[in-house]
Design a protein around this ligand. Structure first.
Ligand SMILES: [Zn+2]
Length: 118
């Protein structure tokens, strides 16, 4: 009976964690992640945004384009630890880095120091 894909994922997670220890998120592309310096909650339930996931540095799509085999694309060297939130953000956007979420301040109503004569 073949391994269920979750078993392979769990095994890869264990390998990455054994290699990197309790390393911070390798991506840190979301504001929430940056706010905690990429700290991953290794005990969080799987659906928690701060839970630990394996991110493929070179995505499977890129790997295929470069002619990598599936084995090469899934090699431990191509895997880093990331929080679920950043991993999702990366796969959703496909951007190298996401913009930092900022509070928008309309300049007309920015009465803070330095508004005038600065
Ligand atoms: Zn993160």
């Amino acid at each position: 009976m073949p391994f269920a894909s979750t078993t392979i994922r769990d095994r890869r997670r264990a390998e990455v964690r054994r290699r990197d220890g309790d390393a911070p998120c390798a991506l840190q592309i979301t504001a929430d992640c940056q706010a905690v310096n990429g700290q991953i909650d290794y005990d969080a339930p799987p659906l928690d945004p701060r839970s630990f996931q394996v991110d493929h540095v070179v995505s499977s799509v890129e790997a295929e384009r470069m002619g990598w085999s599936a084995v090469e694309a899934d090699a431990l060297d191509n895997c880093v630890g990331a929080c679920r939130q950043c991993n999702r953000e990366k796969s959703a956007g496909g951007r190298p880095s996401a913009p930092v979420r900022q509070t928008y301040v309309n300049p007309r109503f920015d009465w803070g120091p330095g508004s005038y004569g600065g």
